[in-house]
Write a protein that binds this ligand. Structure first.
Ligand SMILES: *Cc1c(COP(=O)(O)O)cnc(C)c1O
Length: 380
C-alpha cells in the first residue's frame, strides 16, 4: 500500500467545469468567481465573501486596507505557516509573536495581553490543523484593546465555534485552496467577513483600485482609479473548480472525521508519542491532519523516522518545521531568538503530520499506525 500525505480529489465535474470555461470567452471577471463567492458565503453562513488569488494575498489585502505600516504591530501566533507573518511584514508593520498552548498548538490566549503595546493594531489568529482557537478568550482581549482580528482559516474550512463558522468570529477570515488543503482550486483564496464596507473595499483593492469592474463598463475606458490596489483576483478556471469542490465539502469533512477517529484509536497503544487534543468545548474541528509529537528520545530521530515511513509507503508532512520567529528571516529582521516560544518549539521540532484526507480510508489509517509502530521499534 502507498499512502500519500495529500492528493486533490478532482473528478469529472471539475474537469468539465474547467473545460466549459476554456470553451468560452471569459477567463477573468466572469460569472464563476461571483457564483463561487455566493456558494462559499452560503456554505460558511458569511454575509460577504470576496474571492482572491490565494490566502496569503487575501491576508495581505486585509492588512493593506487597514493602512498598516512601519511602527505598527500585529500579534501573530508563533506556531503557523510563514504566510501568516509575511502578510503582516509585507506592509512594513512588525509581527509580534505569541507562543502556543501545549495541548492544541493554538495561540495561548493567556499570553496575548503581555504582547499588546500602544502600537498594536491587529491580531492574527490561526486555527491550527483545523481545531478552532479559543476565540471567546481571544476576542475578549481583542475587544479590550480595540484590535482588528484576522482569522487565518487556511486549515480550518468547516470548523465552527459555538455554531459559527471560523472566519466570522473576528473581523475577517481568510481561506486557502492550495492543492493539499481541504478543498482546492489549484491556487486560490477567499476572505469572508461580517462587515459590508470591508468587503466592498477589498473588492476594490483586489483589482487595482478601479471603481468599475470590466463587466460594469458599458463603454470601454470609462473608469476611475480611486485608490491603490493589487491584482489579487481569482480567475474563472479556479472559480469553476471551487464551485464543484465546495459541493464535496460535507463528504470531505465526514471522511476526515472518520479517518482522524480511526487513526487516533490505532495510535493509542504506541509508546513515545503524544497527540494534540481532538476537540474542545463548543468547538467543532475540521480535521486537517493528525500531528504526532515525539518524546525526547525519539525527537532527534524525526527525519530518520520520516524517511523510514516513506520507504514503508507512508507519506508524511511537517506542520511546521520551526516556529515562524525561529526562521532565519524573522530572527535577522526582528531579533527573535531560538530560546523564545518554547511551546511552539516543542511542537514544531518534534512533530510528524500524518494524513487523514478523503483520499484515504480507514484501512489506510490502520496501515499508517502499523507502519509507525514498526518504524519506531526499528529506530529505538
Ligand atoms: C497554506 C497556508 C497558508 C498559505 O495559503 P496560500 O493559499 O498558499 O497562500 C497560510 N496560512 C496557513 C496556516 C496555511 O497552512
Amino acid at each position: 500500500m502507498q499512502v500519500p500525505f495529500g492528493r486533490p480529489i478532482i473528478e469529472e465535474a471539475e474537469k468539465q467545469a474547467v473545460m466549459d470555461v476554456l470553451n468560452g470567452p471569459i477567463l477573468v471577471h466572469g460569472p464563476r468567481a461571483k457564483q463561487f463567492e455566493a456558494d462559499f458565503a452560503a456554505y460558511t453562513g458569511a454575509p460577504h465573501a470576496v474571492s482572491v488569488s490565494n490566502c496569503t494575498a487575501g491576508m495581505h489585502l486585509v492588512y493593506f486596507h487597514l493602512g498598516l505600516g512601519p511602527g505598527d504591530e500585529v500579534i501573530v501566533p508563533a506556531q503557523t505557516h510563514t504566510a501568516t507573518a509575511h502578510a503582516v511584514a509585507l506592509t512594513g508593520a512588525t509581527p509580534v509573536f505569541v507562543d502556543a498552548e501545549p495541548h492544541t498548538g493554538n495561540m495561548d490566549p493567556a499570553l496575548i495581553e503581555a504582547a499588546v503595546t500602544p502600537r498594536t493594531k491587529a491580531l492574527a489568529v490561526v486555527h491550527f490543523l483545523g481545531l478552532p482557537a479559543d476565540m471567546n478568550a481571544i476576542m475578549a482581549v481583542a475587544r479590550r484593546h480595540n484590535l482588528f482580528v484576522v482569522e487565518d482559516c487556511a486549515l480550518a474550512i468547516g470548523a465552527k465555534v459555538d455554531g459559527t463558522h471560523v472566519g466570522l468570529l473576528g473581523d475577517a477570515g481568510v481561506f486557502s485552496f492550495y492543492p493539499v488543503k481541504h478543498m482546492t482550486t489549484a491556487e486560490g483564496g477567499m476572505v469572508i467577513t461580517r462587515h459590508g464596507d470591508l468587503a466592498d473595499a477589498l473588492r476594490l483593492k483586489r483589482a487595482f483600485g478601479v471603481d468599475r469592474t470590466a463587466e460594469e463598463r458599458t463603454i470601454p475606458g470609462t473608469y476611475e482609479v480611486v485608490c491603490l490596489g493589487f491584482n489579487y483576483r481569482m480567475n474563472e478556471l479556479a472559480a469553476a473548480m471551487g464551485i464543484e469542490q465546495i459541493k464535496r465539502m460535507p463528504d470531505f469533512l465526514a471522511a476526515r472525521d472518520r479517518n482522524d477517529a480511526a487513526l487516533r484509536k490505532a495510535l493509542a497503544p504506541i509508546r513515545g508519542i503524544r497527540l494534540l487534543d481532538r476537540e474542545a468545548p463548543g468547538r467543532t474541528p475540521s480535521f486537517y491532519c493528525l500531528s504526532v509529537i515525539l518524546d525526547e528520545e525519539l525527537a532527534p530521530r524525526r527525519f530518520e523516522l520520516v524517511e523510514k515511513l516513506k520507504a514503508n509507503g507512508v507519506g508524511t508532512s511537517v506542520y511546521y518545521p520551526k516556529p515562524v520567529p525561529h526562521m532565519q528571516y524573522y530572527k535577522e529582521r526582528y531579533g527573535n531568538r531560538d530560546d523564545q516560544f518554547p511551546v511552539a518549539a516543542s511542537i514544531s521540532y518534534r512533530s510528524i503530520a500524518l494524513p487523514v484526507g478523503p483520499h484515504l480510508d480507514e484501512a489506510a489509517m490502520l496501515f499508517i499506525a502499523d507502519r509507525l509502530t514498526s518504524c519506531i521499534s526499528e529506530i529505538r
